[in-house]
Write a protein that binds this ligand. Sequence first.
Ligand code: NAI
Ligand code: A1CAB
Length: 268
Amino acid sequence: MQKLVFLGAGSIAEALIHGWIKNEVVPADHIYVKNRSNVQRLKELNERFGVHILENLEELRDADLVILAMKPKDAKDAFRAIAPYLSEKTAILSVLAGISIETIEKALGARPIARVMPNTSAAIGMAASGISFNEQVTESQKKIYLQLLEAIGIVIEVEEDKLHAITALSGSGPAYLYYLLEAWEKIGTEFGLSKETVRKLMVQTIAGSAMMLQQIKEEPEVLRKKVTSPGGTTEAGIRALENYRFTEAIFACIKSAEARSRELAKGE
Ligand SMILES: NC(=O)C1=CN([C@@H]2O[C@H](COP(=O)(O)OP(=O)(O)OC[C@H]3O[C@@H](n4cnc5c(N)ncnc54)[C@H](O)[C@@H]3O)[C@@H](O)[C@H]2O)C=CC1
Ligand SMILES: O=C(O)[C@@H]1CCC=N1
């Protein structure tokens, strides 16, 4: 693919660009970026990664792949603006939360479309992505899409309806973990530790726990129980979480995010 155009130059676009260039999957010279109005932001991406700035929509005509990376609320306007400039050969990769393949097909015509839900860890090649394809995607195109996503982490193909759940889990997931770390830092400093010390310890704790799950093929429950000495500190901590209805809070979190993804699909 010679020309990949990002429509939307925000955080997820940056993460994908960073991942593709760093992992040498797509040369910077093949990447173009466009946003709505923030020219400074485009210049910043140009200077940082060497990607081109798409000056006008006419230049979409020879694009091989258009990546839809604006906010879902801006998608309708964007579709209307770009539809006249897309040629038959142009394929689509959408990262829009909620917006269905059917909606994209209706707006941009029947063409190869991959709907992807990555996360911002794409920037360091550690994304967890879900992906669905429409019927126009051939087996060889599928391989190219998967290659693009595997270059920035892991990717799992699912039926499209499940992307709402994936959005709520791994799409938003990094934010939940950062939020958890924010809380740990607050309480850690209340105990007189420096923020830097808490950060160092807890980032390693998150990374170590994730690696344990990956490398030692045991259930999280088994690993949790290995930490939890009878009558010990972990037991006391977990009891407090239970008192604050930890599982219910997590369920409510994921259900709310999943429901929001379904609302976005309806344009709400
Ligand atoms: N941030 C994240 O962790 C993830 C975001 N997503 C999805 O990615 C999309 C973008 O999210 P962010 O990067 O966080 O948003 P953002 O707000 O950082 O960036 C959105 C960009 O879209 C541009 N834009 C708006 N209308 C446009 C148009 N008509 N043509 C071209 N560009 C236009 C804006 O100027 C801005 O550069 C959303 O649809 C979101 O659901 C998906 C997975 C993870
Ligand atoms: O918050 C959002 O809507 C997007 C989708 C997943 C992560 N960020």
